[in-house]
Design a protein around this ligand. Structure first.
Ligand SMILES: CC(C)(COP(=O)(O)OP(=O)(O)OC[C@H]1O[C@@H](n2cnc3c(N)ncnc32)[C@H](O)[C@@H]1OP(=O)(O)O)[C@@H](O)C(=O)NCCC(=O)NCCS
Length: 144
């Protein structure tokens, strides 16, 4: 598996993966283009068989990183892509001097919450009935 920073020619594939994974942020091609042109943003993608299999998008400012969008193409799920992406993100953020990483996830999202726990994130807070007026949002974080 190759992990690298995303470039503008990846936008169509990133949006296609999002469309297959409704729990992701759903930025669409325009949103991805904007994010790729945002200086605080970092978009990491994993390649399998010469195609983008998944991505992690984050922003870093003042030593604090926030993960904003994560998804793996259904064809590549449960093959270690998400955890390899996050492991690379942790390594790079440390090199960049970041102290903490946080994210928000629907508490009912079993796959994502399990991935984040496996990768060392713990629950820092909870927003009650944040999604669809029913599901709690978990704020998860990790010291780097
Ligand atoms: C969450 C997601 C990114 C996981 O990616 P992945 O590449 O399948 O994750 P990995 O293969 O690295 O799995 C790592 C761990 O996560 C957990 N996990 C992943 N998928 C899981 C599932 N369907 N059910 C339960 N646990 C799961 C397991 O603990 C797994 O470790 P294991 O395989 O040793 O048991 C992927 O399921 C996805 O794209 N989901 C839809 C989008 C989404 O929910 N994004 C997050 C929004 S905050």
């Amino acid at each position: 598996m190759k992990i690298r920073r995303a470039v503008l020619s990846d936008v169509a594939r990133l949006a296609a993966i999002e469309a297959l994974q409704p729990a992701s942020a759903g930025w669409g091609e325009n949103g991805w283009q904007t994010e790729l042109n945002t200086s605080a943003a970092q978009i990491w993608c994993a390649e399998q068989n010469d195609e983008v299999a998944g991505f992690v998008s984050l922003r870093l400012a003042a030593g604090l990183a926030e993960i904003l969008n994560v998804a793996v193409h259904p064809q590549y799920c449960r093959q270690g892509v998400g955890s390899a992406l996050l492991a690379q993100v942790w390594r790079t953020l440390k090199e960049q001097g970041a102290q903490e990483v946080t994210l928000e996830v629907n508490a009912q999202n079993i796959a994502a919450t399990a991935l984040y726990k496996k990768m060392g994130l713990t629950e820092m807070g909870r927003r009650k009935k944040f999604y669809h007026h029913t599901d709690d949002a978990l704020i998860m974080g990790k010291r780097l």
